[in-house]
Design a protein around this ligand. Structure first.
Ligand code: 5GP
Ligand code: MG
Length: 195
């Protein structure tokens, strides 16, 4: 398949100083291979084949996990229900955390259910720990977490995810669902944002 070339975002500051795609850290093929392998790890962990009633509730943290979620669930040969939460920590045109806000809450009852929280990237762990605490308070039977990316930081994190796609250096990245000011989500690989 021939790849079309990527067009930069236009913008009021077009021409100088606008954020743009930098070094590619993870290619499309690397993502595809790892997502399949991750699905295998997840299935092995929920080896509930003997339990007729087993269903996995996937709670996706929107919007960053959207593309990862779509690929991951299609690689998971398990009965799943899908639910979303909208949580923001880096709203708008910023590359600095602003504090976790739940903008849209789950519409699914998780009491007594096995829940897998899916997010795009783990940085400090604030976002996932807020969501996991909430799901535990709502009496989910089990709560596990899966992130595509885990930033390597010198400081301890608030949470240790159960499933990780790739560890990455501490850079602000975009693509494959991850955004800067709601842009670059459809870029198919993970790239550093140059500001
Ligand atoms: P944490 O709460 O773990 O510090 O940050 C996780 C959330 O912040 C992610 O769900 C994601 O929305 C956002 N985030 C953290 N690092 C990055 C990054 O490098 N790029 C983008 N686009 N979002 C990030
Ligand atoms: Mg997020």
């Amino acid at each position: 398949m021939t790849e079309l070339s990527w067009k930069p975002h236009p913008g009021p500051q077009a021409g100088s100083g606008r954020p743009r795609l930098g070094q590619v850290l993870i290619t499309r093929d690397q993502i595809a291979g790892r997502v399949t392998a991750l699905a295998g790890e997840i299935v092995a962990c929920y080896d509930h084949r003997d339990r007729e009633s087993f269903e996995l509730v996937i709670v996706a943290i929107m919007t960053g996990s959207l593309i990862f979620l779509a690929d991951l669930v299609r690689a998971l040969p398990l009965p799943v229900r899908m639910a979303i939460m909208m949580v923001s920590n880096y709203p708008g045109a910023t590359t600095k955390a602003q504090g976790v806000r739940i903008n849209y809450d789950l519409q699914e009852d998780v009491a007594g259910k096995d829940v897998l929280v899916v997010d795009d990237i783990l940085d400090s762990g604030q976002t996932l720990s807020v969501v996991v605490d909430l799901l535990r308070r709502r009496e989910a039977r089990s709560v596990r977490t899966c992130v595509l990316l885990d930033k390597i930081l010198p400081t301890p994190k608030r949470i240790c995810p159960d499933f990780v796609g790739f560890p990455i250096p501490d850079r602000f990245v975009v693509g494959y669902g991850l955004d800067y000011d709601n842009r670059f989500r459809n870029y198919p690989q993970i790239a550093v944002l140059e500001v």
